[in-house]
Design a protein around this ligand. Structure first.
Ligand SMILES: CCCCCCCC(=O)SCCNC(=O)CCNC(=O)[C@H](O)C(C)(C)COP(=O)(O)OP(=O)(O)OC[C@H]1O[C@@H](n2cnc3c(N)ncnc32)[C@H](O)[C@@H]1OP(=O)(O)O
Length: 262
């Protein structure tokens, strides 16, 4: 059953969640009571066996695609990184590139209509914080490229007008949000299911609203369940430093999200 939940929770890190569950018995992750609630909740998720493993009813929209709100600068940096990703050559062969664009959706699951514990986590109206405003360009416009070999990623981020903090500049909480998202994406990519345990941010210079910045994140080290990530936010030409951060992510079992301390 837990493997099934992991698949349904899927989204970006579904495979890692699934892998993380291999060899772990449900009892190790969940109390009997929670396990029973999950069992009955899953029975309301239908039709489980006949649908694909993807938790959306139709093709999900990838929000990290160019749109009309993107400035020429955002588009140029995006195109530069796309040029470093896998490409199809003229004879149809795949050419390996060092970078890969990660898709970005606005929710992680659609089904689940009942169940005390599931309903806390999975609600029909739930949307990822960074993708919950429909107005293009109003909040977080971003795309993440990952370099698996170098264990690092770069996010191209354009801050919209609803993210204002100090007049004309981006709110520190919005900056923290995008840093958490990008460093968390890298940690999840490298270590499977994780949660942020600690995030330290130094705001070095104010970030003008509407500006396009690069968020560079890299693996510092992994120690047991702990994945340490470093982060720097710079202008696109990297001449200006806006923010520096370090983040600690702790690996979790799916049961952690349902209240299990195991
Ligand atoms: C696609 C978008 C990706 C977005 C990513 C966004 C991710 C998020 O924002 S998650 C939301 C914010 N985070 C949370 O709500 C987490 C709340 N906290 C928790 O759930 C738990 O405290 C959690 C998971 C962090 C740690 O769980 P816990 O059971 O304490 O871990 P535990 O097994 O005891 O500790 C593991 C190790 O981490 C260390 N550790 C745990 N918490 C911390 C901390 N805050 N600071 C430093 N070290 C810590 C422990 O000391 C231990 O170290 P060691 O292996 O050396 O003994």
């Amino acid at each position: 059953m837990l493997r099934h939940i992991a698949r349904r929770l899927g989204s970006l890190h579904g495979q890692q969640i699934f892998n993380g569950l291999k060899g772990i018995s449900p009892d190790q992750l969940l109390s009997k009571e929670i396990h029973r609630h999950l069992q009955s909740s899953l029975e309301t998720i239908s039709p489980i066996s006949t649908t694909s493993l993807w938790p959306f009813s139709s093709q999900p929209r990838d929000f990290s695609q160019p749109n009309s709100s993107w400035s020429p600068e955002m588009r140029k940096v995006y195109d530069d990184y796309i040029g470093l990703c896998d490409t199809d050559s003229e004879n149809g062969e795949k050419q390996k590139g060092p970078w890969r664009k990660l898709p970005s959706y606005n929710r992680s699951i659609k089904y689940a209509t009942a169940g005390i514990h599931l309903s806390k986590l999975i609600q029909a109206k739930a949307r990822l914080f960074t993708r919950n405003v429909k107005d293009q360009g109003a909040t977080f416009e971003y795309v993440v490229f990952v370099n698996k070999e170098e264990k690092r990623c770069v996010c191209v981020f354009q801050a919209g007008h609803l993210l204002e903090g100090a007049p004309g500049h981006v709110h520190g909480g919005a900056i923290a949000t995008i840093i958490d998202t990008v460093t968390g994406t890298l940690a999840g990519f490298l270590s499977g299911p994780i949660m942020t345990a600690n995030l330290n941010i130094d705001y070095r210079s104010p970030m003008p609203l509407g500006s396009v910045v690069l968020i560079h994140s890299a693996l510092d080290r992994i120690e047991r369940k702990k994945t340490y990530i470093t982060c720097k936010v710079t202008s696109t030409d990297e001449s200006k430093l806006y923010t520096e951060a370090t983040a600690l992510f702790v690996s979790i079992g799916v049961g952690h999200l349902f209240g299990s301390r195991n």
